[in-house]
Design a protein around this ligand. Structure first.
Ligand SMILES: Nc1nc2c(ncn2[C@@H]2O[C@H](COP(=O)(O)OP(=O)(O)OP(=O)(O)O)[C@@H](O)[C@H]2O)c(=O)[nH]1
Ligand SMILES: [Mg+2]
Length: 198
């Protein structure tokens, strides 16, 4: 799988969804690196807005890959403490509205921090996926924060904490640009096994 061209298409809050092709969406705790992950895949640091201040992405952002082969969807983060209750409800509504209504969603990449194996927010997201039969892969981001020799163990700890199979976790560092090949292989599987999930 090669991602030759990734371009921003449109942003949506709670209007009609894009529905122009297969979608792989990116969710995760605020600041986990969802937007950085899309930029890493695109080899373009400026495509999706990133920030050290959590809560940067406030809309559903669609990115078209390989002239319509599929769409990457960047969603707002969950679990950010320092926003008002109203904001939290609004973002939660945007995420859930997307997950409930996107008829094109094929797979979710749940971006986590490899160092945080027991986030109740991530566990809630995973339970949501099980409940609604949404296939997902955990992207254990920020693996640069763990010594190279400890990454495999950190993945096992994360798998135990989140109660998922270690094989369903891909360690990545958007900063050091590692892990992309495994992600591209997964994307290829997702797109070719399309009917399996329907
Ligand atoms: N060390 C390290 N930092 C990273 C990595 N990926 C992202 N970051 C940093 O984490 C912060 C958050 O990144 P974003 O990509 O904006 O995170 P997000 O999940 O899109 O955040 P929201 O849109 O606010 O929910 C930024 O300061 C990034 O530079 C990584 O692999 N390693
Ligand atoms: Mg973001």
């Amino acid at each position: 799988m090669k991602l030759n061209k990734i371009v921003f298409t449109t942003s949506v809050a709670n209007g009609p969804l894009l529905n122009q092709g297969a979608e792989i969406a990116v969710v995760g705790r605020s600041n986990a690196g969802k937007s950085s992950f899309i930029n890493y895949l695109a080899d373009n640091g400026k495509l999706a807005k990133t920030s050290s201040t959590p809560g940067r992405t406030r809309l559903i952002n669609y990115f078209e890959v390989n002239s319509g082969e599929f769409f990457l969807v960047d969603l707002p983060g969950y679990g950010f403490a320092r926003v008002s209750k109203d904001e939290k409800t609004k973002w939660g509504d945007i995420i859930e509205g997307y997950l409930q209504n996107s008829i094109m969603l094929k797979h979710l990449f749940i971006i986590t921090d490899i160092r945080i194996p027991d986030s109740p927010y991530d566990i809630q997201m995973i339970n949501y996926c099980y409940h609604y039969n949404i296939p997902f892969t955990i992207i254990a981001n920020k693996s640069d924060k763990v010594a190279k020799s400890k990454v495999a163990n950190a993945v096992r700890v994360l798998a135990a904490g989140l109660k998922v199979a270690p094989g369903n976790i891909i360690p990545v560092s958007c900063l050091n640009k590692t892990g992309k090949e495994a992600v591209l292989d997964r994307i290829e599987q997702i797109l070719t096994n399309d009917n399996k999930f329907e």
